[in-house]
Design a protein around this ligand. Sequence first.
Ligand code: ATP
Length: 736
Amino acid sequence: MHLRRLELQGFKTFAQKTVLEFVPMTAQRRGMTGIVGPNGSGKSNVADAIRWVMGEQSLKLLRSKKSEDVIFSGTEKRSRSGFAEVTMTLVNDDETSELDLQEVVITRRLYRDGQSEYEVNKKASRLTDVALLLAQCGIGQRTYSVIGQGMVDAVLSASPSERKEFFDEAAGLRVFQLKRTQAINKLDATHENVKQADVLLREIEPRLVSLERQVKRLREREGIEEELRRVERLYFGRVWSDLKQRLEVAMGQHASAEAIFAQKNQEALELERELAGMEQAKPVSSDVNDIRAVLDVLREERVSLREQQIRLDARKQVAAVRAEKPWSPLPLSKIIEEIDAMGKAHDELMTLLDAEKLDVEQIRSVAKRLVGKNADLLGRLQRPAPEPEAPKSATDPAVDAEVQKLSDAMDAIAEKIRTTESRLQELNRKEESSRSHLFETQRRLTSLRHDAQSAERRLSETSVEVARIETRRESFYADLRNQAPALETELDVIVVEALKDSSGDPIEKVQGRMQRLRSQLEWIGGIDPATVKEYEETHERFTKLSTQVTDLRQAIGSLETVIAELDQTIKERGDIAFKKLNEAFGFYFKKLFGGGEARLIQLEAEPVLDEEGNVLEEVDENAGPAGIEMQATPPGKRLKSIALLSGGERALTSIALIGAIMATNPSPFVVLDEVDAALDESNSKKFADILDSLAEKTQFVVITHNRATMGTAHVLYGVTMAEDGSSQILSVKLDA
Ligand code: ATP
């Protein structure tokens, strides 16, 4: 890493744009650039420019009173500048460098209105970025990269703690200390954030607990409401299903009762009509009487015929008996017996003739027997008179013809009687049948009327039942609208659901459960739904904050680890660097003084005490030594305190210290502003030798009036003051 280029514009005496190139001597030797010129020409302003562009904030070190004092203030012949700008170009040619940039270009700009800008490689940056970048480049921002007039002397006369700061930077601890400061600042900020978050968490927590309780009640309420909705569906579903079923049955029964009633009524009406028709029909009995009269005439005719026949038969038999048997007188008892027998036969015949149904054969046989007995008795009682010549034959043809005629007439009338009787029987049968049909119809009508009455009773019973269920349906609707109006449109659905319910709980149990859930809801009371939103927001905020606190605590842990590691690094490196620096200081002191002894002593930190000796502040174990004491004893002297050294001795001691720093912790470049001013010629030579020996590792820019020093430079820049009061640069290249 080396300084390649410096551009100044409007900075102090460099009013116009001025460029200084710093070319390394060889690849191995960084070389030395001398800046020479008369007093007041602006040489030290070059050193100030380098300090300023590296972020220097100390007005004292910049030899100013105000920030804008660095802007060219104008002369009689040249007007002032509006801004000051310095650009420094560094080239990274160190292969071991961790920086992955080939070139680092840093610009600082300041306007008269106080506006200040930093750029790194043309990108706007902050001062801290610049400081860190320079520390990474191994370039101390404040102290020994630009060593001004009397600056090292100031180190000699500084307090041990101020001196420690200078040495820490010289030991390359600056970068770690910067990181440590950053980490500590971050740690403090993180602690502060945790504190604030903790306060917020403590504020939120009671509200969150209260909200949580309310939300829990709300959830509980929601659960009960859900269960209530379920039980309501079941209850109303079941009641509605039952009512519907009962109504259907009742209406079915009513309809069938109505149908039966109508049918019975109709049947009764028809039967009444039929009966009326029967009653108006002509009675059969009038025909029967007519036929009976005919039959009576016929019977009388037949009796008369029979009598004729009997008489004829008697005549015939008498004739036959007379013809066949001899007469003999009969005893009287026999005659009486025969007459008695004839009387009986006669009675028998009369009985047969009076009978409803006439048995012609029997009548004939009884009549024959009577006629025979009559003839027989007559024949035996009468003394046969001398008879005319008896016909050879017993039969008389005229009688026979008459017999025959009578017999035929008898047969004809018997036939008529039979026909008439059968008609009579038929009519009787008819009458009997129509009578019994009438009775039967009357009986059926009575029964039908009875049935119609029963049907009417049943009809009114079913009407009452339907009305009763309809009333219950109305009160069901009223309950439903009152308790669960949303279910009114869902009745068909909840009925199906209720049918699927397998609990088998009686409806009273379901109703009881529904009432219990309602009183639970009443007991819980209403909760503002906005509570949930507030709870969620508060909970989210609380969780976020808790997570933040956890993250912050983790960050605190990591930062503490980083700080501990940095402390460790600073301590280890510091110890090693201090040891080396101490040895080198002794070495250069001896070299410059030709003997004697010089050393640095680390001072232990002590607790801060109040006037009474009470500890106000404990020692920070990690802070390292509190300061650095210097002891220098030139050869042949006993004194140890540097305060007692002569001006020249102090200058030599300063140079021994600069040499020691350069040797132990070589900076890429160092600007030395008239550090050799107080040296005599021989010491100037020694100083020049030391610089020459260090020039392998460090690029020097030396502002000097010293000829010996000028002699070691391979490039010289001459600075002159132009007529208009601005600095001009002249390049004097001494060797290639
Ligand atoms: P010496 O050899 O005496 O140390 P030098 O060459 O180092 O002198 P500087 O200290 O660099 O000179 O320059 C100082 C000069 O710069 C002073 O004359 C001062 O007035 C002038 N100067 C400082 N700031 C400004 C400014 N803002 N505008 C104009 N001139 C300024």
